[in-house]
Ligand binder design. Structure first.
Ligand code: HEM
Length: 314
């Protein structure tokens, strides 16, 4: 989806090899660093001592793959560019550069922005919906409540749209609780103080690496009461409406939060509710519900694959 919005390129089913290769590189990137952004981010000289062990080689090679993907797409767009037919993000970027000579936009920036979006878009949404599936297998009553809400608000004759989101508070609460209970980016992304500053009682000198512990806040007993329990109702008031403020922070905190938040929330809502409207999610024959916990290393918390049965609803 993001590839289509950025570059106009889709991966049709017959090109599954290309898609596999793309997914492999995205996964390689995500696993090349741990939740701290890795030892290499905090102590960059380590890459000279142990380039493979520290994940540096994987990081560089997977980034080079995505950069090449973007560079090829940009080249192709420049050859076929037409002011009357804006196809995607790349076209708009080229347009801004051509029509505004003082623009700060550069080709290098365009390629890097593309890479910045391609990596998270290829992993985060799938990882979150995998956790949501694992939770539903463990708490079947949540699935029933979602389907009751979907049947009452939308029925079965059409698919959910973004306009329905406001009328499906329970479905929304299930997604929010999934992202709170399993914090996808537990330590967010490492930042660096650009000047001497103060945070609460702490002095933070310029250039200090600052790590936001989102996991810790999502599991704070004082704030949530029972953070260890999967309970979508915590995001709802007594009338079943979404609380005015969502206090969870899966997309980070501060000015520089996730740039894909709106896209991710909307995309996950559409995918998840469309599946729930038409299918019952069941354990595969002979299997137990998977433990809904991250069990695979990487900068984002992911769960290894498990078999599931999607049974069409009658
Ligand atoms: C469930 C899905 C997602 C979660 C939980 C998530 C979470 C995060 C977090 C915690 C950060 C770090 C924020 C910080 O530095 O404080 C981040 C950064 C970022 N995310 Fe996401 N993300 C998700 C999906 C996406 C998607 C789908 C895209 C692209 C379409 C995306 C693009 C980005 C980008 C570009 C940044 C870097 C922003 C910057 O440094 O300015 N994310 N994300």
């Amino acid at each position: 989806m993001i590839s289509y919005m950025l570059t106009g390129q889709r991966f049709p089913t017959k090109e599954h090899k290309k898609l596999r290769c793309f997914a492999h590189q995205a996964l390689r990137f995500q696993k090349s660093v741990d939740v701290t952004g890795d030892a290499v981010a905090l102590t960059p000289w380590l890459r000279f001592l142990a380039p493979k062990l520290t994940g540096f080689v994987d990081l560089m090679e997977s980034t080079a793959f995505m950069l090449k993907y973007m560079e090829d797409a940009v080249k192709e767009h420049k050859n076929t560019y037409s002011e009357d037919d804006m196809r995607d993000f790349i076209d708009r970027y080229i347009q801004e550069k051509r029509n505004n000579p003082d623009s700060s936009f550069t080709d290098e920036q365009l390629n890097v922005v593309g890479v910045d979006y391609l990596f998270p878009a290829s992993t985060t949404v799938t990882a979150t919906l995998t956790f949501a599936t694992a939770f539903l297998l463990n708490y079947p009553y949540v699935q029933v409540k979602m389907q009751e809400e979907l049947d009452a608000v939308i029925g079965r004759d059409r698919l959910p749209t973004l306009d329905d989101r406001i009328n499906l508070p329970y479905c929304e609460a299930v997604l929010r609780e999934t992202m709170r209970k399993e914090t996808l980016v537990p330590l967010s992304v490492v930042h660096r103080a650009t000047e001497d500053t103060k945070l609460g009682d702490y002095d933070i000198p310029k250039d200090t690496a600052v790590i936001t512990n989102l996991w810790s806040f999502h599991n704070d007993k004082e704030f949530w009461g029972d953070p260890e329990v999967f309970r979508p109702e915590r995001f709802l008031d007594e009338d079943g409406n979404l609380l005015k403020k969502d206090f969870s922070l899966p997309f980070g905190v501060g000015k520089r939060v996730c740039a894909g938040e709106t896209f991710a929330r909307q995309y996950m809502f559409l995918l998840f509710t469309s599946i729930m409207q038409s299918f019952n999610i069941k354990c595969a024959p002979g299997t137990l519900p998977p433990i809904p916990k991250a069990d695979s290393p990487g900068i984002i918390a992911t769960k290894r694959g498990f078999w599931t049965r999607f049974e069409p609803r009658t």
